[in-house]
Design a protein around this ligand. Sequence first.
Ligand code: ADP
Length: 607
Amino acid sequence: MLWRQIDRLTGADPLVDFDYAIKSRIAVAYTAIFTLMGLVNAAVLAFVLDGRPGMVELGLASGLLAGSVGVTGLKLRRPNATIAAMILLASLVLFAAAWANRGSFPPATLYLPGILLGAYIAWGARAALFAILPLAAYFGLIISTAHVTEGGRLGFNPSELLDMLVAAGALSCVWIVLFGSSFRSATTDAQSALAASNQRLETALIAAQQANRAKSDFIANMSHEVRTPLNGVLGMTNVLQADTSLSDDHRRSLELIDDSGKALLELLNDILDLSKIEADALELDNREFDLADLIRNTTDHWRPQAETKGVALTVNNQLGDPAFVRGDPLRLRQIINNLLANAVKFTHSGRISVTLTTVGEVREGKTRVRLSVRDTGIGIPGNKQDSIFDPFNQVDASMTRRYGGTGLGLAICRRLVNKMNGKITLSSKMGRGSTFTVDVPLERIATSEQPVVTRDPASTKPVEAAGRVLVVDDVVTNQLVLKAMVQQIVRADELVVDCASGGREAVNKATSFAYDVVLMDIQMPEMDGVSAMQCIRETRKSADARIIAVTALASDDHRREFLAAGFTDYLPKPVEIAELRRVLEIALVTDRRSDAPTDEESRVSSG
Ligand code: ADP
C-alpha cells in the first residue's frame, strides 16, 4: 500500500513499466535512508560522542546532499541517474569517513550492504561485482592508515571490526526487507494484472475461435447455397448446348453463360479453399499417380488457348514417362493449373515452358521434385514479387480491369505448397517474363500397380442402354437438370427417369421399382441422402443399384467419407455432363457386361 502511494508521487506504475517502477522505488529508499543516516550520524556525533573534527559536518553535509540529489532525480523522473548519484555519494562519504577515522571502521561502513544490494536489484549481478574494486580500495585504505605497533599488530581493535560487521549485517536486513517489499508488492500487482489479462485473452481467443468457426460455417453454407442455383444454370446450359438446332448467336450466348457460370464456380471454390487452408481444415490426399501424365493433361488443356495468342507451350520432362509418385494429384493439378492460367493470361508473345525435374538427394524416401513454369510475358515488378502471394493481391488495380482475376490463385498455391512441405519461388523481370518454381518432396514409385485408366474424354456418343434411373433432390431445379442430362446422355426407348423430392420418397420408390442408378443428393430435410442410401440397400428390388452421391459438399474429404459410407460413386455439384456420362456408362454398360454370364458360364448353366 505504502509503495503504491510512493509510486503516485514518483509517477511510476509497475503494471505499465515494471523496471522503471522498481528503480524508482530503490531511488526513494536510497534517498530516505541515506538522508536519515547522514543526519542521525551527525546528531549522534555532535551530542553523544566526541568524534574526530569535521565528522559532524561530514554527516550533516552527506545527509542534506543525499536528500536534495534524491528528490531532484526523482522529480526529473530519472531513477537510474538518481541511484548512480546516490551510490557515488555514499561511496565518497565512505572514503572520506575512512580517511577521517584513519585506522578504524567509521559508522558509514553501514552504507555498504545498501550500496551492493541496491546496485544488484537495479542493474543485476554484474553491476554489484563492479563494487569489488572500490570495496578493496576502501578496506585497503583502512588497513594502510591503521597504526602498526612494534609488536606487529594493527592499531585498530579487532572487536571494532566485529561490531561493525554485526551492525552492517543488521542493517542489511533492513535493506533486504525494504527492497524486497518494494519488489514483492510490484510483482504481486503485476501478477494479478497478468492473470486478469490472461483471462481476457482466453475469452478473446474463445470468441475468435467461435467467430472463425462461424465464418467457416457461413462460407460452407453460402457455397452450398450458391452452388445449388449455379447447378441449375450450368446444367441447363449444358443440356441446351447439346441441341443441334441452335443458331450461332444462341450458341455464343450459351457459351457466355457457361463461361460466366464456371468463373463464378471457380471463385467459389477458391474462397472455400482459402478459408479451409486458413482454418487448417484442409487434408491432403496421399495416393499414387503418374505426375508426367498429370503435367501432360494440364498443359494439353492450356495449349489451344496459348496457341491462339501465338504463344508456344512446351513441356520438358526430365523425370521420365510415366513418373509415378505418391501425393495429392488434385491439389498438384490445382497449383499447375493456376500457374499455367497466369502464364497464358500474362504472355502475349514468345513461349511458355514447363519443366519437370528433380533436385538434391532423396531424403526420408522422398525426392524433391521441381516444377517450373517460365513465360516471356509482362513480368512482375520487384517490389510486388512478395505481395502477389497474399490473398486478393494483384500487381495493381488496373490489372483487375484489364485481365480480370481475383488475386486468390497464387495465395492458394503458396499455402498448398507449404502444406506439402515444399516452397514456391518467383523470379521475374518487367517486360521479360516470369518463372514460378515449385519444389515439393514426393515419394517416387518405380511402377504403379494401379491400372492406367484410359478414357475418351471427348466422347459425346449417346449411351444406348435401357435402364431405370432415380434422381433424388429436394430442389426441383436440380431434379429437372439431372433428369434432362440423363435423358441427353442415354438414348434408349426403355430409359425411365424418375424423380423424388426427399430421402423417404426415394426409399418408397426404390421399394416398388428396381433401379439401376440412383443419383442421390445428400443434404435434404427429414431424411438425408446417406440414410436414404442405407435404406435403399436394404430393399429387395434396388439393393444392387449404383447409388451415386451428388452433392455440393465438394471436398476430397467428403468424397472419401461418402464412398466409405457405402455410396458407389460420387459426383460434385454442379454436375459435369462428362462425369455423369462416365457414371452412367459404368452403371448401364460396363457393369452389365461384366455381370452378364460369360460363354463358358452360360454353357455350364444351360448344360
Ligand atoms: P489472379 O490471376 O486471379 O489475379 P493470382 O494470385 O493468380 O490471381 O495472381 C496475382 C497477380 O500476380 C496477378 O493479378 C498478376 O498481377 C500477377 N501475376 C501472376 N502470375 C503472373 C505472370 N506469369 N506474369 C505476370 N504477372 C503475373
